[in-house]
Write a new protein. Structure first.
Length: 246
């Protein structure tokens, strides 16, 4: 249960005494889709890690409130801390993608005693959803009004294609997080971190800047991938496992 009384779904694989990696999925995805179906859990457990994952609020089997006030970066980081405490985990490594990378970046800053290292996939600099048109999205959900803004349409189409998604909850998440803190190259984590972004992802230059912001940052370009299909890349998985093992 979160600090504000919502149920979170969590998942666990591997030996509990092994070093722990916590997986934080992207927008409109979920722990099983983002990490289990794509081979991440298999590769991490084979490499000797204990793996814990969560469905972030608004996603998967977790609670999906429709009030934008239920969603903020601070709440998502607090949810992650709740999971660490529930599993009695001390120091962990984080692997996050997109929204999950944004949460993981902030967790590195706020929880330095709990986060030893992080893999940050598809992470943008700043707030990338400022172009998302909330009114268009809500009208489309309500009565099928066509969406004309490109980014809004892309995210809604992607979200609608995943069974079990609650589009109203996801739009409320965008609303609630808008204007909140985003990854800032001027204030990088002090932990070692690996940034990985698809070569066809428009945010790649911002990702490079975040990696270059600290002597502890590294960057990997994921060949042939854009934002929505980068998580399934073996190049990405192999780079992450090598970094975490090191």
């Amino acid at each position: 249960m979160t600090s504000d009384g919502l149920a979170l779904a969590t998942y666990e694989w591997g030996e509990p005494d092994a070093p722990t990696v916590v997986l934080v999925h992207g927008f409109a995805s979920g722990a099983l889709l983002n990490w289990h179906a794509s081979g991440w859990v298999r590769d991490l457990t084979r490499a000797g890690f204990h793996v814990v994952a969560l469905d972030q609020r608004g996603h998967g089997a977790s609670a999906k409130p429709h009030d934008p006030a239920a969603y903020s970066l601070a709440r998502l980081v607090d949810d992650l801390l709740t999971v660490l405490d529930a599993y009695m985990l001390g120091e962990v490594a984080l692997v996050g993608y997109s929204l999950g990378a944004r949460v993981s970046w902030q967790a590195c800053l706020e929880l330095p005693e709990r986060v030893a290292a992080a893999v940050l996939g598809g992470i943008p600099e700043g707030d990338t959803l400022t172009t998302f048109q909330l009114d268009e999205a809500r009208a489309h959900i309500a009565d099928g009004t066509p969406v004309t803004e490109r980014v809004t349409l892309a995210y809604l189409t992607m979200a609608a294609g995943i069974p079990g998604n609650d589009l109203s909850a996801l739009v409320s998440l965008v609303d609630g997080m808008r204007g909140g803190p985003g990854p800032d190259a001027a204030h990088p984590p002090t932990q070692p971190y690996l940034v990985a972004t698809g070569e066809r992802d428009p945010i790649i230059q911002g990702s490079r800047a975040l990696a270059a912001a600290s002597p502890h940052g590294r960057f990997v370009e994921i060949p042939g991938r854009h934002h929505f299909n980068a998580p399934t890349s073996r190049v990405f998985r192999d780079a992450a496992v090598a970094f975490l093992t090191e």
